[in-house]
Design a protein around this ligand. Structure first.
Ligand code: ZN
Length: 230
């Protein structure tokens, strides 16, 4: 069986809802007879890597940026593992595979590499943009709490004690504490990539992160109706 692959970077501020949209799309694909959704998550990869790799942990703890060349290598490695290998061994993929990229490309040098890779492998591409105003992202990050007892998340606007176990007040997530800096890095490094991507992707969709359920449905419709004409 010939599998058709489309590479789809997702762009949006940290905390704009990309993760929720990705999770919803995976659920929708589970019920589809012909579409697989594969996710390649750079942030998750490096958080895991930091647990066993001292130098990477040091860079991440200090809030520094991992070098573009390392990130580019990891991108190729993850893509080969999640797409090329299953295709070669005919493992589990349906006729059409969407590869959602989260956290890549995030800088202009990564964007250049992405374009070269895409051309070299002759892959189809499309873009998903999740829009959420910076004020909302910042506000959400200040009211979000995680329960130290049960791990549930909730908002201080609705609850004082964790609504899942009722046993504890919540604490702020490490990611949220760094949100101001993450947003600044995004504006400096990733905003120029988004501008370029919006101007060259022939197939793209912009959705609002205010309602991630609605956004997921809109993206799914876009995938089903538009992407396979590429
Ligand atoms: Zn709890």
């Amino acid at each position: 069986m010939q599998i058709k692959v489309v590479l789809v970077p997702m762009f949006g501020l940290p905390g704009s809802g990309k993760g929720s949209v990705m999770a919803n799309l995976k659920k929708m694909a589970a019920d589809s007879s012909d579409i697989s959704i594969i996710t390649v998550e750079m942030g998750a990869y490096f958080r895991k890597k930091a647990q066993i790799d001292g130098p990477i942990k040091d860079i991440m703890d200090s809030g520094g940026l991992i070098s573009n060349s390392l990130v580019n290598d990891v991108f190729e490695e993850l893509l080969n593992a999640s797409v090329a290998a299953p295709i070669l061994i005919g493992d589990g993929l349906k006729e059409k595979a969407i590869v959602l990229l989260d956290g890549y490309p995030r800088t202009l040098p990564q964007w250049e590499h992405f374009l070269e890779y895409r051309a070299e492998k002759n892959l189809s591409v499309a873009g998903i943009f999740v829009d959420l105003p910076e004020e909302i992202v910042m506000h959400r990050s200040t009211i979000r709490r995680i329960c130290p007892k049960c791990g549930g998340t909730f908002s201080t606007e609705e609850y004082h004690l964790c609504p899942h176990c009722g046993q504890s007040e919540g604490i702020r997530r490490a990611d949220d504490l760094k949100m101001e800096r993450r947003v600044r890095v995004f504006n400096e490094e990733t905003a120029p990539v988004i501008e370029e991507a919006k101007s060259i992707f022939e197939h793209q969709i912009t959705v609002s992160g205010v309602d991630t359920k609605l956004a997921s449905q809109q993206v799914w419709d876009f995938v089903v109706q538009e992407l396979w004409t590429l």
